[in-house]
Write a protein that binds this ligand. Structure first.
Ligand code: PEP
Ligand code: MG
Length: 898
C-alpha cells in the first residue's frame, strides 16, 4: 500500500516533491533538534490522487489515525478532548511556496465540549472562547464555504452592543455569546450543525486544504509564477501552540538577513499576544526583533541561535515563522527565504565571503530576471518631488501611476493603457488580480512580511506598505486629500511616496553594466548600493569565466553595436539589414523592383552600394576585432512598397482628374504583381535574393568593400554573411556561389584576401530537418527561433499574441508565449535535430541563435544543453544573457535552473 503520511521526524529537506516545501523543512528542523511542535505531513501524492480520482485515497484515514495517535501520545493529550485538549493546525504546503493562496485552518479540535478544557488548561476563559470563535469563522469560511461577511457583521454588532472599540475589549461572556451566534450562522447557511466531532473537523479540514489547490486564485497565481498545476500540495497537521496567551506570548516572522535590502543581520516582525496569521495579514503594525529583545531577552536569544543554526544548515537566507507561548519558543515554519533582486545578489556574495558557499553556488542562486530588475530606472533624487508620506520599502522599484482603490479599477485603468497604483488598507489573496495589473502597491497597514509585501516581492512589483499616515477611507495623508486618478509615485526601496510624477534616472547597476565598475560605484548612493554593484560585478565576472555559450548582440547600427559591446557583447549575431532601408531609403529598393530593364536596375543597385558600404563600415568599425554577422535582406517585398489600397485610391483619383502619374501607375502595377495574401510566408529572405537579380550581390559587395577599406585603415573587421529563410541546400548553394563570385571580384580588384564565413539561418522546419545537406553549403547556422516558432506552430507571429493567446494561456494550452520562452518540446526538438544533423555533416559547424529567445533565461539554459556556441540578443539583454549562460554552465542537471 502506498504511504501518504509522514511524521515530522520521518522526512528531510530534500523531499520537497513529496512533502512540499513546508513539510520538508518542518521535518528537517525536527531532525536537527529545533523546537517544532509535533505533527505530520500528508504528501502531495495524496493531492495528486485526489485530483485524479476526485476523492482522497481510501487508506489515508487509517494512516492519519496512526500519525495523530503518535502526536497525541507524544504530548499526552487527545484531539479535542474535554479535558486538556490537543488542537491542531491544518496548513497547505506545496513544493513551491504560494503565499496566502491556499487554505489554512487553525484550532481544529475545538468543540462545545473541549472549549472549557482549553479554558481550564490555559487558565484563560476569554482566550478559549476567542479561539473557538476564530475556528468557527475560519472553518465556516474555508471548509464549509460560508460567506464570511455575516461573521464580521455579528462581531461588529456585538462590539457595538457592549460598547467595545476593538476585538480585545470583548469579554469571555461576549465571546461566548458570539460563538452561539456563529454556530447559528452555520446552522442556517449550511443546514447542518458545526461539526462537534474533532476527528470529523480534521478530516474535513484536510479535504478543504487539498481542494484549495484548485481554486481560481491559486490557479491564477500558478500561471503567473509558471508553477505546474499537476504538482499538487501537501497538507501539514501540527499541534497548535498559542501566541495569544498574554503579554509573554506572541508570534512573528523573522529572516536571517534583510530580504529587502540584503543587509547582513537578523531581521523580523513581532506581534505580542497574537495568533498565527495576524502578522502576515498585516492587520496590526508590528514590533521589531529589537523590541522583542527588550520584552523577552531569553526567547530572543533562543530565536537568534535557531536562526544562525538554520542559516548554517541551509547555507542560505532563511525565513522563519515562530510563536512564543508563555515564554517558550516554537518554530512553525522555515524556508529558504524569498528576497528582492538586490538582496539576492548581496546575500549570495556575502555567503561566499563567509565561506558558506562557493562562487558557483552563488551564481546559481541569482537569476537573469533579477539582474534585469536591477537595470530598471530609479527616481531622480535631485528632482525635489514633494514627499507625501513614508511607509516601509517592501519591494523595490520606482512606480508612477494613478491611484486606484480596488481590483476592478486596477484592471480597467491598466487595460486603458494607464499605470495604476493599487492603494489599500491591507491586501489579501483575493487582491492578486489587482496586484498583477498594478504598477505598484501602497498599503496603510502591515510590515515587510505582510501579504502585500510578500506577494509584491515575489512578482517583482514595487510596493510600499505600512504607510500609517495614509487614511484609505477617504485617501487622505494628513491634510492632503487624494482622489482615484491622482498621480503618485512610490519608491519601493526607501518607502517614500511622492505626489505627482517623479523623473527617473539610470540605476547604479545599469551604470555599471553600461559604463564599468567605477561609474557604477560612483553613482551609488550609499554603502549598501556599493555592495550591490560589487556583488553584481563579481557574479557577472564569474559567469563570464565559466560559461561556454558566447554572447552576441542583435544590432543594426554602430550605436547599438557600441552599446552592446560596452555591455559585454562578444560580437554581433544578427544585423538585420532591412532596418537600414527604412524611411527615405525605402525608395532605393522600390527602384530596384520597378526597374524597367537591366540598365535601370543596375543604376538602382549602384545607388544602393555606397549607402550600404557606409553602414557596414560604421558597424564593422564599432565591432573591430569581433565577429559581426550581417544578414542579407529578409523581409517581404511589400514592406518596401507603398500600401496597395492607398496607392490604388491615389491613382484612381488622379485618373478622375485626368492627371495620370506614370510613376504611380507603374508602381501600382508592381504592387499588384507582388501582392501576397500571406507575405510572411511569401517572397522574402533567400527567395527574394534569388528572384531579384543583383540584390544580394550588391550587399555582399558593400560588405567586402567596407572590409577592404577598414583593413587598409589598419582595422580588424570580421564580417560573416548570413542568408535568411533558407529551406533547401540548393537555395544556399546558389547564394553561396554568387557571394563567393562577388568576394573574389572585390579581392581581385583590391589585392586583399577576402575569405569570410557564409552561413544561414535555420528558421524553417525544413531547414532543421535537412540540416545535414544544408550544412554542406553553410559555414555556420544561426537558429531564427522567431520564424521557427511561427512556422512550427503555424502561428502568425504578428497576430496571435493579441488574438487567442490570452485564451490559450487561460485554458492551459500554453503556460507562456512560445515567442517569449522557447517551446523546448516542439521548436526545441527541431533546434536539437538541426544542430545534430548539421554537425554530422560538418563536425565543427558553428551554431548560434538570434531569435528573441537568445535573451530569455529559460531558453538560454536549453541552448546551452543542446550545445549551441552562442546566443544573440538585444544589447539591453546582454548582461542577463551572460549571467544565465554562466548559470547554465554551473547548474546543468539541477531542477532549480531558472
Ligand atoms: C528569427 O526569425 O528568429 C529572426 C531572428 O529573424 P527575424 O526576427 O528578423 O525574422
Ligand atoms: Mg526570421
Amino acid at each position: 500500500m502506498p504511504k501518504y503520511v509522514y511524521r515530522f521526524d520521518e522526512g528531510r529537506k530534500d523531499q520537497r516533491d513529496l512533502l512540499g516545501g513546508k513539510g520538508a523543512n518542518l521535518a528537517e528542523m525536527t531532525r536537527i533538534g529545533l523546537p517544532v511542535p509535533p505533527g505530520f505531513t500528508i504528501s502531495s501524492e495524496a493531492c495528486r490522487a485526489y485530483m485524479r480520482d476526485g476523492h482522497l485515497p481510501p487508506g489515508l484515514r487509517v494512516e492519519v489515525t496512526t500519525a495523530l495517535r503518535q502526536v497525541e501520545d507524544a504530548l499526552g493529550r487527545r484531539l479535542g478532548a474535554p479535558r486538556d485538549p490537543l488542537l491542531v493546525s491544518v496548513r497547505s504546503g506545496a513544493k513551491v511556496s504560494m503565499p496566502g493562496m491556499m487554505d489554512t485552518v487553525l484550532n481544529v479540535g475545538l468543540t462545545d465540549a473541549s472549549v472549557q478544557g482549553l479554558a481550564d488548561m490555559s487558565g484563560d476563559e476569554r482566550f478559549a472562547w476567542d479561539s473557538y470563535r476564530r475556528l468557527v469563522q475560519m472553518f465556516g469560511a474555508t471548509v464549509l464555504g460560508i460567506d464570511p461577511r455575516p461573521f464580521g457583521e455579528a462581531l461588529d454588532a456585538r462590539k457595538a452592543a457592549v460598547g467595545a472599540v476593538s476585538d480585545v475589549d470583548l469579554t469571555a461572556d461576549d465571546l461566548r455569546g458570539l460563538v452561539d451566534e456563529y454556530l447559528q450562522i452555520v446552522r442556517t447557511t449550511c443546514g447542518r450543525e458545526f461539526p462537534q466531532d474533532p476527528r470529523e473537523q480534521l478530516d474535513l479540514a484536510i479535504d478543504a486544504v487539498f481542494g484549495s489547490w484548485d481554486t481560481e486564485r491559486a490557479r491564477l497565481y500558478r500561471r503567473r509564477e509558471r508553477i505546474p498545476d499537476r504538482l499538487g500540495t501537501a497538507v501539514n497537521v501540527m499541534a497548535m501552540v498559542f501566541g495569544n496567551l498574554g503579554a509573554d506570548s506572541g508570534t512573528g516572522v523573522a529572516f536571517t538577513r534583510d530580504p529587502s535590502s540584503g543587509h547582513a543581520g537578523a531581521y523580523g516582525d513581532y506581534l505580542p499576544n497574537a495568533q498565527g496569521e495576524d502578522v502576515v495579514a498585516g492587520i496590526r503594525n508590528t514590533l521589531t526583533l529589537d523590541d522583542l529583545h527588550a520584552r523577552d531577552p531569553a526567547s530572543y536569544d533562543e530565536l537568534l541561535a535557531a536562526m544562525r543554526r538554520l542559516e548554517t544548515h541551509y547555507r542560505d537566507l532563511c525565513d522563519i515563522e515562530f510563536t512564543i507561548e508563555r515564554g517558550r519558543l516554537w518554530l512553525l515554519q522555515t524556508r529558504v527565504g524569498k528576497r528582492t533582486a538586490g538582496a539576492a545578489f548581496r546575500v549570495a556574495v556575502q555567503l561566499v565571503d563567509e565561506h558558506l558557499i562557493t562562487l558557483d553556488e552563488a551564481l546559481a542562486r541569482v537569476t537573469g530576471e533579477q539582474l534585469g530588475r536591477l537595470l530598471f530606472p530609479q527616481f531622480d533624487r535631485t528632482a525635489g518631488a514633494p514627499l507625501l508620506t513614508r511607509g516601509l520599502g517592501a519591494s523595490p522599484g520606482a512606480a508612477v501611476g494613478e491611484i486606484v482603490l480596488d481590483n476592478a479599477q486596477a484592471i480597467e485603468r491598466t487595460q486603458a493603457g494607464a499605470q495604476a497604483i493599487l492603494v489599500r488598507r491591507e491586501t489579501n489573496a483575493d487582491d492578486l488580480v489587482g496586484m498583477i495589473s498594478a504598477a505598484g502597491i501602497l498599503t496603510a497597514r502591515g510590515g515587510k512580511t505582510s501579504h502585500a509585501a510578500v506577494v509584491a516581492r515575489g512578482m517583482g512589483r514595487c510596493a510600499v506598505v505600512g504607510a500609517e499616515a495614509l487614511d484609505v477611507d477617504e485617501v487622505r495623508v494628513d491634510d492632503a486629500v487624494l482622489r482615484p486618478g491622482d498621480v503618485i509615485a512610490l519608491d519601493g526601496t526607501t518607502g517614500e511616496v511622492f505626489r505627482g510624477e517623479v523623473p527617473v534616472v539610470d540605476s547604479p547597476v545599469l551604470r555599471y553594466v553600461a559604463e564599468g565598475l567605477d561609474a557604477g560605484l560612483r553613482s551609488a548612493a550609499d554603502d549598501g548600493v556599493r555592495e550591490l554593484v560589487h556583488a553584481v560585478h563579481r557574479l557577472l565576472t564569474h559567469a563570464d569565466s565559466v560559461r561556454r555559450l558566447r554572447v552576441r548582440a542583435n544590432a543594426d547600427t554602430a550605436d547599438d553595436a557600441r552599446r552592446a559591446r560596452a555591455r559585454g557583447a562578444e560580437g554581433i549575431g544578427l544585423c538585420r539589414t532591412e532596418h537600414q532601408f527604412l524611411g527615405e531609403r525605402r525608395r532605393h529598393v522600390e527602384q530596384v523592383v520597378l526597374a524597367g530593364g537591366e540598365d535601370e536596375r543596375q543604376a538602382a543597385l549602384a545607388a544602393l552600394l555606397p549607402l550600404q558600404r557606409a553602414d557596414f563600415t560604421d558597424l564593422l568599425e564599432a565591432m573591430d576585432g569581433l565577429p559581426t554577422t550581417i544578414r542579407l535582406l529578409d523581409p517581404p517585398l511589400h514592406e518596401f512598397l507603398p500600401n496597395l489600397t492607398e496607392l490604388s485610391v491615389r491613382v484612381a483619383l488622379a485618373e478622375q482628374r485626368g492627371q495620370v502619374d506614370e510613376h504611380d501607375v507603374r508602381l501600382l502595377a508592381a504592387v499588384r504583381r507582388t501582392h501576397e495574401q500571406n507575405p510572411m510566408l511569401g517572397l522574402r529572405g533567400v527567395r527574394l535574393g534569388l528572384t531579384v537579380p543583383g540584390l544580394f550581390a550588391v550587399q555582399v559587395r558593400a560588405i567586402a568593400e567596407a572590409t577592404v577599406e577598414l583593413r587598409r585603415a589598419g582595422r580588424d573587421p570580421r564580417p560573416e554573411i548570413m542568408v535568411p529563410l533558407v529551406g533547401s541546400a540548393r537555395e544556399m548553394q546558389l547564394v553561396r556561389v554568387e557571394t563567393e563570385r562577388v568576394l573574389a571580384e572585390v579581392a581581385a580588384g583590391s589585392g586583399e584576401r577576402l575569405r569570410m564565413p557564409i552561413g544561414c539561418m535555420i528558421e524553417l522546419p525544413r531547414a532543421a530537418l535537412t540540416a545535414q545537406r544544408i550544412a554542406t553549403q553553410a559555414d555556420f547556422f544561426s537558429f531564427g527561433t522567431n520564424d521557427l516558432t511561427q512556422t512550427t506552430w503555424g502561428f502568425s507571429r504578428d497576430d496571435v499574441e493579441g488574438s487567442f493567446f490570452p485564451a490559450y494561456l487561460d485554458n492551459g494550452v500554453l503556460t507562456v508565449s512560445p515567442f517569449e520562452t522557447l517551446d523546448a518540446d516542439g521548436v526545441g526538438a527541431l533546434v536539437r535535430a538541426g544542430v545534430e544533423s548539421g554537425r554530422s555533416a560538418r563536425p565543427d559547424l558553428h551554431c548560434g541563435v538570434c531569435g528573441e529567445h537568445g535573451g530569455d533565461p529559460e531558453s538560454i539554459h536549453f541552448f546551452h544543453q543542446v550545445g549551441l556556441d552562442d546566443v544573440s540578443c538585444s544589447p539591453f539583454r546582454i548582461p542577463v544573457a551572460r549571467l544565465e549562460a554562466g548559470r547554465a554552465a554551473v547548474t546543468v542537471g539541477d531542477d532549480a535552473t531558472v
